[in-house]
Design a protein around this ligand. Structure first.
Ligand SMILES: [Ca+2]
Ligand SMILES: [Ca+2]
Length: 451
């Protein structure tokens, strides 16, 4: 190869890159004399040692890389079989050197080059197909019998007549409604393994009331349990008023204690009994060079429609969340953001009686009660009824319970947007689940969510 932009990539037949070799001779000096150290588009033979892959089916890609000026690439003579190791160090090709006009040309030798592999396999830090952008479950292992792997990945950005946003990244996401698994049942997928690198932070997009991400060391030791805690069935169809249904948010997970370890992730639809038992996932990112600035990250999505009119405002932000690990009971000391709530007209919110306040045993960190989101409490304070209530924070209740209370809505003030939205859901699955949701007594049994 010759030219400043030439490079060769080497791959195994399955697409795994194993080599990257740059043309290293380009040197724009003493034009036009190769004999005086110059090198332009003249090609040298690069000897590449692939003996570690003997017997493997492979292919090459010849590249013209973007390198700025003099960005040319020329190639010739791809030889992929040598019976004996060529003595590259002492071999050369002989060409006529450049020369001035009308001057005589002389021969010059172009030595062979022992190519240096500059390929850095960063792929080891990433799970395969973490964003489902292959359009299918390539790289994922289905752990649930009956799970329809061929239909589970979809390219839909919105759902229902209200055109509520999934907040999908790219063109595809993993959609729990398309798994063939009934809502009351659960399912799980396992990622390929990755070596935790960079900052030790990863992220995953989760939506739906049953979505949970679990993190394991490669030997099967579970080290993390992270729930989607944003789900909030209130003020349908307004995400801008604190509702959150199938919309996914990015959860940032701190795994820095495990830097350098080989790990994998499982995406779960947990079996829950408080309705909306579906899960949606996208964008599993297992490498961040530096700690992601989650507090200032958000995705802006289209707000939903109400009676075919776009909800105001047109767009709504879905802020990133810091996930917290229910296995160790730690909880981030942060104020989650749902600022939109601040501008919402007051809505009467059913406040759970203190009798319903679940006692949170210290060791119950794995149970549903201790899982209440941090941010709903913040965001809903302005919405709380004026009448005196228990000094205890009523929002220590399970988020799901709150959701129930909201949809129960006996004390809602008359507003132009009544909250019987579930009935509008056009899809059967939705009707069903909403029906269920509405009829179900909000029995608050702890969710056994850790395995
Ligand atoms: Ca995606
Ligand atoms: Ca389910």
């Amino acid at each position: 190869m010759g030219g400043a932009a030439a490079a060769v990539k080497v791959f195994l037949a399955d697409g795994t890159q194993v080599g990257y070799y740059r043309q290293s001779r380009y040197n724009n000096v003493n034009y036009p004399y190769l004999s005086q150290g110059g090198s332009w588009n003249d090609m040298a033979t690069y000897a590449i040692d692939l003996s570690g892959y003997l017997g493997r089916e492979m292919y090459l890609v010849l590249c013209d890389e973007v390198v700025g000026s003099e960005a040319y690439a020329v190639f010739d003579d791809v030889v992929t079989n040598y019976d004996a190791v060529p003595d590259a160090a002492s071999r050369f090709d002989t060409v006529m050197d450049g020369h001035k006009v009308r001057a005589a040309a002389s021969e010059v030798r172009i030595p062979w080059v022992i190519a240096s592999n500059s390929y850095k396999p960063c792929t080891e830090n990433n799970v395969q197909n973490g964003g489902f952008e292959s359009g299918d479950l390539t790289g994922w292992t289905v752990l649930t019998e009956g799970f329809n792997a061929s239909s589970a990945v979809v390219n839909e950005r919105t759902y229902w007549a209200q055109e509520l946003p999934y907040n999908q990244s790219g063109s595809y996401h993993l959609n729990g409604w398309n798994t063939g698994i009934p809502e009351e049942k659960g399912w799980a997928l396992r990622s390929s393994t990755f070596v935790l690198g960079g900052s030790g932070f990863i992220s995953v997009k989760m939506g739906g009331n049953a979505a949970v991400a679990k993190v394991f060391l490669a030997d099967g030791t579970q080290v993390g349990y992270y729930r989607n805690f944003r789900f909030h069935d209130t003020n349908f169809p307004y995400i801008s008023k604190g509702g959150a249904w199938c919309d996914m948010a990015t959860y940032v997970i701190d795994l820095s204690d495990y830097l350098g370890k080989e790990m994998y992730i499982e995406l779960h639809d947990e079996v829950i009994t408080d309705g909306w038992a579906n899960a949606f996932f996208d964008d599993v990112v297992t490498y961040y060079d530096s700690v992601p600035d989650w507090q200032n990250q958000r995705e802006t999505v289209s707000n939903g429609f109400k009676d075919n009119v776009q909800c105001s405002p047109d767009t709504v932000d879905i802020p990133w969340q810091l996930a917290w690990n229910e296995l160790d009971g730690s909880r981030p000391e942060v104020t989650m953001l749902l600022e939109e709530d601040a501008e919402v007209e007051p809505v009467e919110v059913e406040v759970p009686e203190d009798s319903e306040m679940p006692e949170i045993p210290a060791e119950s960190t794995e149970s549903g009660e201790s899982v209440e989101p941090v941010e709903p409490a913040e965001s809903e304070k302005p919405l709380m009824p004026a009448e005196p209530i228990e000094p205890e924070n009523p929002f220590d209740a399970n988020p799901a319970e709150e959701a129930k209370g909201d949809s129960g809505g006996d004390s809602e003030e008359p507003k132009d947007e009544p909250k019987e939205a579930p009935k509008e859901a056009p899809k059967e699955v939705t009707e069903d689940e909403l029906e269920e949701e509405t009829n179900d007594e909000p029995e608050q049994e702890p969710i056994d969510n850790v395995q």
